[in-house]
Design a protein around this ligand. Structure first.
Ligand SMILES: [Zn+2]
Ligand SMILES: [Zn+2]
Length: 64
């Protein structure tokens, strides 16, 4: 997984605008005014969900 560039502990799940770098975790996003990757000033941040959810596509099984 992609680690947060700031704390290096949690998974980076926040995309910074306008540079669109995915490099911060939810806990660090409020502490950073600038992107740690390109140092551009943060105007907004968006949390993304990189869920590795296992879609239950096996809901229906057919036995003949
Ligand atoms: Zn962090
Ligand atoms: Zn950036």
């Amino acid at each position: 997984m992609r680690l947060c560039r700031r704390c290096q502990i949690k998974e980076a799940s926040v995309v910074l605008l306008p540079c669109l770098h995915l490099c911060l975790c939810v806990r660090c996003k409020d502490d950073c005014e600038r992107c740690p990757m390109c140092t551009s000033l943060k105007s907004a941040s968006v949390e993304v969900f990189l869920s590795s959810r296992s879609d239950s596509a096996e809901g229906t099984k057919y036995f003949s």
